[in-house]
Unconditional design. Sequence first.
Length: 191
Amino acid sequence: MNPAGRRVSRCALLLGSGPAFGLLGWLLVWLLVWLLGWPAAGPAWGQAHPGCPVRPQTVAAMHGCYRPVLVFSPAAADPRFRQQKAMLDSAADDVMDRNMLFVPLLPPPAPGDGAGYVPPLDAPSATLPEEEDAALRKRFRVAGREFRVVLLGEDGGAKLESAQPVPVDRLNSLIDSMPTRQREMKQPHSN
């Protein structure tokens, strides 16, 4: 019995009643947080392979880990940039299965350009420092006001270049034809 003279079941003591949790309630919350991962602890996706950086800061750090999809654009508001980002984001499972990494390469926003770049909701992405952006623009000969999509393999070599947004089906087909992806698909528990 409780102080008010009512009977309290063991279940109510364990689970709690009303807005307060009991012991079992807090244990269930802790277990869910442990199993699902704490949302504020980091990105919603992880490394491509053990030992790979979760948020690589250079294309060299992506070698052997990711297949970067470099998207050069004059602005985050460019319709082609938005279309490419949306296509990758809507196919986030395919993007993650193939270790693709959306890498936006944008000039610094001009005053009055609005909110600027917003990362995709679901697709893995990485932003690079300005020095790396400049080096990639020089390597692929992309002017500041030009739009281009470049798919790099895990070896760092360019596998596809396009002046228009590239459908995810085309990226998937190209990646699935690569020898490294063929090996990945044969391995159990691989992406």
